[in-house]
Design a protein around this ligand. Structure first.
Ligand code: FAD
Length: 486
């Protein structure tokens, strides 16, 4: 039998993952990427001896999630840097809590006790919380939830997909610190506010990260994830063309026939797979070729919020962090913390996601130096660029004055990347971080699947089918699609 001709549009973790899997399975695959480099939002570029993440990334399940699975399926190995502690949770005014892969690690236990002594999490009012829990849930419902959550295989619990993270946690406690931690965890992993976020996705992500003990950073930088898949792809005969933007997906009689590039070249295909996102894919294939119900539903789908960042090229090492990653939590109530995304204001304090990739892998910066990345949740609409600049002004102030005084006088260069850059990276109209928002009503069983109504046209990436955090969701989508197409 002749091998199927497949064209994959885009080289994000989803596009590179499915390209590698299909080439390994014997298909004749061509991958077209509009950028001059590979990896989409999950890439890293070399600048003056520093390897700089185009975003600001950490990876929840590392070698033990979908990345490890795809790499081993295509015969490649991706090395991971799993540092201990893995995260410094920094609560404004209360100092750090060092979180380790194993919660029984003394480093974690000691810092947990210390931060509690400094008044972080006031002891919960157990009696009040128990009363609240039994008011909201029957004994049978509680036993069912506990039973489900203790399943070691961390299934995706669809029965929770229509419950928001906020509704669930507010129904079991009113502990201020616990609630703001849950809102912060929602924002850092799903990049949406907790009052829309689906509890099923939240639990899947949190339990998957804790159980798989793979939280970390790939050796060589975040771009190594798609590059590793694509090494396997090329070894299995796949063709990569960078700097090649697809202008149209060509459809005849309800079937995808191939693609035409911006340069006017027609590339025929039996199967076209788009990593360009659901909205852009509809534009590329022509709205008229889809049933109205599909395009109407797609037009209502919401994308996640954005993450913007300042990157510091330092001529010194960062000494204020023990872990290569910090979550800085402001002293604000749960509902106040991210209200600025809606209101357009600049708040008085900010939640920050800070990484030092060269602490994970020292080869990512010149000897004795570090690259420090300070990320902030932000709105994704391009009309909000001025607010994003204001948020980064505040983030830089917190980083330079409060969190990392040691970098004063050691900043070689600062570089800001925000929604305009992210939108440029992906070719989407907005600068969202993840892709499709993992919100109630459009996730789990209601999430668009990789199949589209056009025969031979499929979606892959964070908009279609997968579950997990951003990049892992995109790689999971590649596994999902491979199961359909193999
Ligand atoms: C600042 C920031 C921080 C993030 N932090 C994290 C994190 O800590 N952990 C995490 O897991 N995730 C994180 N993410 C999210 C993660 O990077 C994305 O969810 C993930 O990369 C989405 O993968 P994807 O496969 O859907 O495709 P994308 O990465 O969106 O890539 C799509 C690719 O398609 C190409 N393309 C589009 N249109 C065309 C066309 N017409 N022709 C040819 N090529 C085309 C684009 O150029 C791009 O390369 C972050 C993202 C950002 C921006």
């Amino acid at each position: 039998m002749d091998a199927r001709k497949v064209v994959v549009i885009g080289s994000g973790p989803g596009g590179s993952g499915i390209a590698a899997l299909l080439a390994h399975g014997g298909d004749k695959v061509t991958l077209l990427e509009k950028n001059g480099f590979l990896g989409g939002k999950c890439s890293a570029l070399e600048q003056d001896g520093y390897v700089v993440d185009t975003g600001v990334h950490m990876f929840g399940q590392g070698p033990n999630g979908p990345f490890g699975k795809i790499a081993s399926m295509v015969g490649e190995k991706l090395d991971w840097c799993l540092r201990e502690p893995m995260i410094d949770f920094y609560y404004s005014g209360k100092g750090p809590m060092h979180v380790t892969h194993n919660p029984l690690n003394p480093i974690f236990i000691k810092s947990f006790l210390n931060i509690n002594l400094r008044g972080w999490m006031k002891p919960p009012n157990l009696l009040k919380d128990m009363r609240r829990i039994f008011k909201n849930y029957t004994f049978k419902e509680l036993a069912n939830i506990i039973n489900k959550l203790s399943n070691p295989y961390t299934p995706y619990l669809t029965e929770f997909e229509d419950i928001t993270v906020k509704d669930f946690f507010a129904s079991i406690t009113d502990s201020r610190d616990f609630l703001r931690s849950m809102h912060a965890q929602t924002m850092i992993t799903m990049v949406i506010p907790w009052d829309n976020a689906s509890l099923a996705d939240f639990l899947y992500i949190q339990f998957g990260t804790v159980r798989n003990r793979g939280f970390g950073y790939p050796a060589g930088g975040s771009g190594e994830i798609p590059k590793t898949f694509l090494r396997g792809f090329e070894r299995n005969g796949g063709t990569i063309r960078t700097g090649t933007e697809v202008k149209t997906i060509d459809v005849e009689n309800g079937r995808a026939k191939g693609v035409t590039t911006m340069a006017g070249e027609f590339i025929p295909a039996d199967i076209v797979i788009s990593n360009a996102g659901i909205h852009r894919t509809i534009d590329l294939a022509g709205e008229k070729n889809f049933p109205t119900a599909y395009t109407t539903r797609a037009s209502r789908l919401k994308m996640s919020c954005a993450f913007i960042a300042t990157k510091y090229f330092l001529d010194t090492k960062v000494t204020s962090m023990m872990a290569p990653c910090m979550f800085h939590c402001p002293d604000l109530d749960a509902d106040e913390m991210f209200a600025y995304i809606e209101t357009g204001e600049i708040p008085k304090d900010l939640y920050l996601f800070v990484t030092v990739p060269s602490m994970s892998d020292p080869s990512l910066a010149p000897l004795g130096k570090d690259i420090l990345i300070v990320g902030v949740p932000a709105p994704s609409d391009l009309s909000r660029i001025p607010q994003c600049e204001g948020l980064l002004d505040l983030a830089e102030h917190i980083a330079e004055v409060r969190l990392f005084p040691e970098i004063k006088g050691h900043i070689i260069k600062k570089q800001r990347t925000h929604i305009a850059q992210t939108s440029g990276l992906t070719g989407r109209k907005t600068g969202e971080c993840i892709g499709l928002a993992q919100e109630v009503g459009q996730t789990g069983t209601k999430k668009p699947t990789p199949q589209t109504p056009i025969k031979g046209l499929y979606l892959v990436g964070s908009d279609a089918g997968g579950k997990g955090i951003g990049t892992e969701c995109a790689a999971d989508s590649a596994l999902y699609l491979y199961n359909i197409l193999k």
